[in-house]
Design a protein around this ligand. Structure first.
Ligand SMILES: Cc1ncc(COP(=O)(O)O)c(C=O)c1O
Length: 398
């Protein structure tokens, strides 16, 4: 099918929640490259919105999936699942979690995390502790509770009345947080680097303050690692960058390398809040999705991809910062590892994104002023150099 035919079909039959999509349809991928239906090659700095950490069609992931597809896809969690148990073990061994629960997406993982925080206090005979504080400009997903958790009016407006029990405070403002906590606060939930709102890392002192506040006030800390996790920020989980230990954290995106999976990790005491019947899922952690997660961990280990994310991420950031000196339209280059935001002084982000697309590079734009780069963790320094060159060409013509 050519692009025009796909576009027509989509327009007729698909609900238009994504608006005017970029006019391209990919049919094949390899490493950090994607190939469209017309045979063009694109360099992918979006990685399926921070999902394809191994790049496209990584042999370790492809082989594991092929094997699993031929063996067994799904049984439900009514029965024991070897891959599920092994992936839970891998996450626990590499994180501060003692227990793991699998779902199918980021929003579902966050829903579960919020439920876990609530039930934890409910079972401690403190049902009044049922509020969750989140940050303005956060993004936690599209289900009703996650929309209520997300601190952005544009996602909430049509869905009011919202799920109750969420309070939003501005990021990096300790006074606002102090004013918001009460005997009702069950949890503070945050992204350590706000992704959807433009790659904004929280300040270390603020995060340290939150950890202290949580300890002193019997409040759980939930870190949303859906975008920042799985090596994206140069550590397996971003909380390592901040030297903190959340009580609960959520994963999705890169965990399955492109196969839908989400997960909740929690400390033992908190995880004990979920007892038989308290939560569940039909698909979550099925043999196929967890085979993908295991293959992702295998490839990370064999190819030292978390280290690569830190090294190539720092290299790319340095090169972009050098570019910023030559092109003052660039206001700031920020981020951690291979999660990088470029903020412009003027509303040119969409124009730059469009020009890069014409040059066959895929990047994200957040609003009018920010570009978001979340390439696969297999990115090389040479590929980073090529991107900086392409961006420079675009900026020159701007
Ligand atoms: C930080 C964060 N949380 C939650 C989500 C929602 O994940 P999903 O789209 O898999 O439901 C996203 C997705 O972009 C995210 O970036």
């Amino acid at each position: 099918m050519n692009l025009q035919a796909v576009m027509q079909l989509d327009e007729q039959y698909y609900m238009n929640t994504f608006g005017k999509r970029t006019p391209v349809c990919f049919e094949k991928g390899e490493g950090i490259y994607l190939y469209d239906t017309e045979g063009n090659r694109y360099t992918d700095f979006m990685a399926g919105i921070a999902v394809c950490g191994l790049g496209h069609c990584h042999p370790t992931l492809s082989e594991a999936l092929h094997k699993q597809v031929d063996k067994l896809l799904h049984t439900s969690s009514l029965y024991y699942i070897e891959n599920q148990a092994k992936l839970a073990e891998a996450i626990v061994k590499h994180s501060v979690a003692d227990k793991v629960f699998f779902g199918n997406s980021g929003a579902e993982a966050n829903e579960g995390a919020i439920k876990l925080a609530k039930i934890y206090f409910y079972k401690k005979n403190q049902p009044e502790k049922n509020e969750v504080i989140t940050l303005t400009n956060s993004f936690h997903g599209r289900t009703l509770a996650c929309v209520a958790a997300t601190g952005q009016e544009k996602y909430q407006k049509p869905y009011k009345p919202l799920t109750p029990g969420f309070i939003h405070v501005p990021a990096n403002d300790m006074e606002a947080l102090l004013a918001a906590i009460s005997d009702k606060t069950a949890a503070i939930m945050l992204e350590l680097v706000q992704g959807e709102s433009g790659v904004r890392p929280l300040k270390q002192a603020y995060v340290d303050g939150i950890v202290k506040l949580c300890k002193e006030n019997n409040i759980l800390l939930i870190v949303d690692e859906i975008q920042t996790g799985m090596g994206r920020t140069g550590k397996l989980f971003c909380y390592e960058n901040y030297g903190i230990e959340p009580d609960i954290f959520t994963m999705a995106k890169a965990l399955g390398g492109g196969v839908p999976i989400g997960a909740i990790g929690a400390k033992a005491e908190v995880a004990a809040g979920f007892e038989p019947g308290d939560h569940g899922t039909t698909f979550g952690g099925n043999p196929l999705a967890t085979a993908a997660g295991l293959a992702v961990f295998k490839a990370y280990e064999e190819e030292k991809l978390v280290e690569n994310s830190a090294i190539v991420g720092a290299y790319l950031k340095e090169k972009l910062s050098a570019l910023q000196k030559a092109y003052p339209v660039m206001a700031e280059v920020r981020g951690l590892g291979l999660m990088i935001g470029i903020e412009f002084k003027e509303a040119v982000a969409k124009k730059v994104q469009g020009a890069l697309f014409s040059a066959k590079y895929l990047v994200g734009a957040v609003g009018d002023k920010i570009l978001r780069l979340v390439p696969a963790l297999i990115l090389t320094k040479e590929q980073a150099d090529d991107f900086v060159l392409a961006l420079e060409t675009v900026l020159k013509e701007l």
